[in-house]
Design a protein around this ligand. Structure first.
Ligand SMILES: [Zn+2]
Length: 157
């Protein structure tokens, strides 16, 4: 996620992320490990948790990691009552219908080696970028290999 978006959340809810400088207690030093499209989900969740605690985050509460995993948002915390876990579960579930890249309505997409929640447009971009990158790798390989062996490239060799 873009730094300015991360900072907006860190600055607004500092007590929820108080452990983020301490790698033994929290992985938040790595920031929000997902794309910008889920900013609103995360921001609103932090706001709801903050409201639940009426702005007084207890000492034992801390957000320890926020990331994308298998196409959905994961929001890990230290310890909290069931109500807070229910809020988090609901938002994680909702992330399956919101494009991680651009926040438009999205769907769970299952590729050969990746799972992401994306809208049609971002899925298209994702496949194109991936295809070009893999193709470029092949081409580099062809030229090096051909230079050395003066032989045609065989895919999968
Ligand atoms: Zn999108």
């Amino acid at each position: 996620m873009k730094k300015e978006l991360e900072d907006k959340i860190f600055n607004e809810f500092p007590d929820m992320f108080k452990d983020r400088g301490n790698l033994h207690a929290s992985l938040m030093a790595f920031g929000f490990e997902c794309s910008d499209g889920w900013f609103d989900l995360i921001y609103n969740l932090c706001k709801d948790i903050n409201d639940f605690y009426k702005g007084k985050i207890p000492e034992h509460f801390s957000v320890v990691q926020v990331k994308e995993k298998f196409g959905s948002l994961r929001f890990y915390i230290s310890a909290a009552p069931e109500e807070v876990h229910n809020m988090i579960n609901a938002v994680e579930e909702k992330s399956y219908s919101i494009c991680e890249q651009c926040s438009k309505p999205g769907r769970y997409r299952d590729g050969l080696s990746w799972i992401l929640t994306l809208c049609d447009k971002c899925l298209d971009e994702h496949i194109k970028t991936r295809y070009h990158r893999e193709r470029k790798k092949d081409e580099d390989f062809i030229s090096d290999w051909q230079k050395e062996h003066k032989a045609p490239f065989v895919k999968g060799s």
